[in-house]
Design a protein around this ligand. Structure first.
Ligand SMILES: Cc1ncc(C[n+]2csc(CCOP(=O)(O)OP(=O)(O)O)c2C)c(N)n1
Ligand code: SF4
Length: 300
């Protein structure tokens, strides 16, 4: 894990597959790349076996572009649709049992710190809403309470997509699904509030149809997790199959859902604000300088 692992060994360049040469020469490793440059560089994730039009894939693609140091990043995933795409990316991916992802990531990020000391090695978990809020819930919460320094991203399609449409804790009340034909009886879990109560230093919600915002929240979450503590992003990544959203309406759905119940929210702890401002120059988090006191006119 470093720039070295994407370089060619001396004399081997001409024998490497074209895709690999493209990645070394035109990929984002060691460069500052932004989502606004999509189409002009070789992406870490290009091909995947997910359903056509799946918004989760777009989100994962944007998230990976946003990683501040992709050559020093390991993703961790679990059973669910997302791993089908994440595992195709040209960066290391660790796949645990269903729901184990935050336990695996805790050990991994601690191990990387022991091995590499101060050199940033970023660990990013990406898992479905079932993997995060249901079966992985215990490990997710404990990693947050322990302030484990990695980022958790929930790919919230509000259903178990990979297994054909069971309700999850994140499904909305009343939603009727193939394998929840009577409609869900309970409210969607408030994982954002739980993340704050459990002490996450950064918590944000996003939808994938605003690439710059996705980029901005991912960067902040990954940078804060390096030193301050756990960070959590909850992304609406609709399942067009289980919710029968026509492929050409997926982005329209995301916009409507954003306006309706998935507005952008961002919580940054005071410690994280100070860290982002001082270490990475985030001007919006610099302490406000006190306005000069109004001069009191003196009597002649
Ligand atoms: C221990 C265990 N139980 C059940 C499964 C079967 N399984 C695979 S994916 C999945 C649901 C995934 O739903 P979610 O986490 O919401 O991700 P999505 O597929 O919707 O992205 C289940 C139940 C499994 N792989 N391992
Ligand atoms: S089942 Fe749903 S979430 Fe899974 S790949 Fe297909 S559209 Fe995406």
């Amino acid at each position: 894990m470093s720039l070295d692992y994407v370089k060619f060994s001396g004399g081997f360049e001409k024998f490497m597959p074209k895709e690999y040469r493209d990645m070394v020469e035109h990929g984002p490793f060691g460069k500052k790349i932004s989502v606004s440059q999509m189409g002009s560089f070789k992406e870490i994730l290009e091909e995947h076996p997910m359903c056509a039009g799946c918004a989760m894939t777009l989100f994962i693609r944007l998230a990976i572009i946003a990683f501040p140091n992709p050559e020093d990043t390991i993703t961790v995933g679990t059973a669910g649709c997302g791993r089908l795409a994440i595992s195709q990316a040209a960066i290391p991916f660790v796949y645990g049992n269903y729901g184990d992802q935050n336990g695996v990531a805790s050990g991994l990020s601690r191990g990387l710190r022991l091995r590499f000391g101060d050199k940033p090695k970023d660990v990013v978990v990406m898992a479905g809403d079932g993997g995060t809020a249901d079966i992985g819930f215990q490990q997710v919460l404990h990693s947050w309470f322990r302030k484990e320094r990695f980022t958790t991203i929930m790919l919230d399609n509000e259903v178990y997509g990979n297994t054909g449409g069971q309700e999850s804790g994140m499904t909305n009340r009343g939603a009727v699904l193939k394998m929840a034909p009577l409609g869900k009886k309970f409210e969607k879990m408030d994982m954002l509030q739980m993340a704050k109560v459990a002490g996450c230093a950064y918590v944000a919600t996003v939808v994938p149809n605003n690439p710059r915002r996705v980029e901005s929240v991912i960067k902040k979450a990954v940078l804060i997790a390096r030193e301050v503590g756990s960070t959590y992003i909850q992304a609406y990544t609709s399942c067009n199959i289980e919710y029968a959203i026509p492929t050409d309406k997926v982005m329209e759905d995301a916009k409507n859902v954003e306006n309706d119940r998935y507005q952008f929210t961002e919580y940054v702890s005071e410690e994280a604000k100070q860290y982002l401002a001082e270490r990475y120059g985030y001007k919006e988090f610099l302490p406000k300088t006190a306005a000069p006191a109004a001069s009191i006119p003196t009597k002649a």
